[in-house]
Design a protein around this ligand. Structure first.
Ligand SMILES: [Zn+2]
Length: 508
């Protein structure tokens, strides 16, 4: 019930007293065409982290976008030559009690242009809807002029969602606040990384080199999708990740499967058996100690999971899955325990090159997702110990003839560089509560609070080098095809993202 006095106050408020959100929305509506032109140009720059020349063109473009918004950007270089630079700027607010750093990354995953449907990764186009929903290409060149734009349209381009959308939303939120004369309440820093998709190999170097610049009460990260239900969410942690190559060896040269089958061991079968020994039928990892270090969730986290929208059944329908793993636990619960995935498996040939042969080796790439409490080295050691337990001699290079003669089973195991541990910020910290309130203030729908995201982020590199916490506020549509062909961003998600980040920049 509204008390009469309060009602009087509400009614007496002048009609022009806009909320910050309304001001930001006005700014966006007035500038849609300009913003989209800017965004399309940005998306036209190829942005694979290893593409030294193009990645610098992206960094330069971001500096130009920052200058347009009244910022004085600079590049933060790693010690390692030719590493992608981070782009940095800051905005000091007199009397501010807090410093917030906003993070996004401007590099994207490599992609095969041939796998895209009628468009190319770095030639952004609008479609009227998702391809899966019959979305048609609107025009082949630049953003079409229709004012306002249909917010259900999608931009198809590499990094449209992951994660140039983050750069765009953050910088536009700042521009809108400045243009509308809304005061920021915190010192604001901007940090855009150029090699997140490559595993952030130099992020630690850059942070250590520029520790003072990058100090903040919190790093607020804009990366990844909103909840599958379409609701906004705040994510308090991310799984860690480490990848391992496992190769098993059979005869030194490929053998005729008729002449030698039944006698010479088949490496694909050996590896299949080895991998099958790592998990039970319900997907639970059977490697000793796999779940031992996982830090249990607190009360606030358990409550958040219980209150989250139930979406697994809908997701199963969409994905064509009758059966899922995890013994009846929800996807959200299962993300909070460590996993073991086969990213790829290769031995011999299939398709047109298939032939009657016993291959010489079989290789799998394993993906170990880690949670708070896990240590990447401890976890990979558990994997290695398990392989040894299955009778394998484990080494980190090709076996010699002498070693082949000595050991009946040989596995080569190589941990790929660039792995990192998981991180999770407590939901009941004052900064966590403030961020939750800010995001909630932008939407009537109850926002989703996720203790840990499914995807990984190098958060531990940040918290291990700086005394700060990290919180992620993703904005992309969940069906954005990130990392795959036909990556896309629903326009309304970008618009909502701008308002979300404006609210975060004006946290009380
Ligand atoms: Zn990303």
């Amino acid at each position: 019930m509204i008390r009469p006095l309060l009602l009087l106050f509400i009614l007496s408020c002048p009609v022009f007293a806009q909320t910050t959100q309304e001001k930001v929305r006005d700014y966006r509506r007035a500038n849609e065409q300009k913003l989209l032109l800017e965004y399309f140009e940005f998306l036209s720059l190829p942005n694979i982290a290893s593409d030294v020349q193009n990645i610098r063109r992206n960094a330069t473009r971001i500096m130009e976008m920052m200058k347009l918004r009244g910022l004085e950007p600079r590049l933060l270089e790693a010690e390692t030559p030719n590493a992608p630079p981070a782009v940095y700027a800051e905005w000091k607010t007199p009397g501010a009690q807090r410093t917030l750093l906003f993070y996004a990354h401007y590099d994207g995953q490599p992609t095969d242009p041939k796998q895209w449907t009628r468009t190319l990764p770095w030639e952004p186009v609008f479609r009227t809807a998702a391809i899966e929903a019959g979305g048609q290409i609107v025009s082949d060149t630049g953003p079409p002029v229709s004012d306002p734009m249909n917010p259900e349209w999608r931009i198809y381009a590499r990094s449209a969602s992951d994660d140039k959308a983050g750069v765009m939303a953050i910088l536009t939120a700042f521009a809108a606040l400045r243009a509308k004369g809304v005061a920021l309440n915190a010192n604001v820093k901007f940090f855009f990384e150029g090699e997140e998709e490559a595993g952030s190999p130099h992020l630690g170097e850059i942070i250590r080199k520029h520790k003072d610049l990058l100090a903040a009460d919190a790093w607020i990260i804009c990366d990844g999708p909103v909840h599958q239900s379409g609701r906004k969410q705040v994510v308090f942690g991310a799984r860690g990740d480490t990848n391992v190559d496992v190769t098993v060896y059979a005869a030194k040269r490929p053998l005729h499967s008729g002449h030698y089958g039944n006698w010479s061991p088949n490496p694909a079968m050996m590896l299949a058996r080895l991998l099958a020994s790592m998990k039970d039928d319900d997907g639970r990892v059977t490697i000793d100690g796999w779940y031992a270090d996982a830090e249990p969730l607190g009360q606030a986290e358990l409550r958040a999971i219980a209150e989250a929208p139930k979406y697994d059944e809908e997701l199963k329908k969409q994905l064509g899955l009758k059966r899922v793993e995890g013994g009846g636990k929800s996807l959200m619960e299962l993300i909070n325990i460590p996993s073991l995935n086969i990213n790829g498996f290769g031995s011999g040939d299939i398709g047109a090159l298939a032939r009657n042969v016993i291959p010489t080796t079989a290789t799998a790439v394993l993906d170990l997702r880690l949670v708070k409490g896990n240590d990447q080295h401890r976890q990979t050691q558990r994997l290695i110990d398990h392989i040894k337990k299955q009778g394998y001699h484990v080494m980190d290079r090709e076996p010699t003839d002498a070693e082949r003669a000595q050991y009946p089973l040989i596995a080569r195991v190589n941990v790929r560089p660039g792995g990192y541990n998981a991180e999770r910020t407590r939901m009941d910290l004052p900064i966590s509560v403030a961020v939750i309130e800010a995001v909630q203030s932008t939407t009537p729908d109850k926002i989703v609070l996720l203790p840990t995201s499914g995807g990984s982020l190098p958060l531990s590199i940040i918290t291990e080098n700086l005394r700060t916490v990290t919180l992620s506020v993703p904005i992309a549509n969940y069906d954005n095809n990130q990392h795959a062909e036909n990556e896309n961003l629903r326009l309304q998600n970008l618009w909502d993202g701008i308002e979300t980040f404006a609210a975060l920049m004006t946290i009380k």
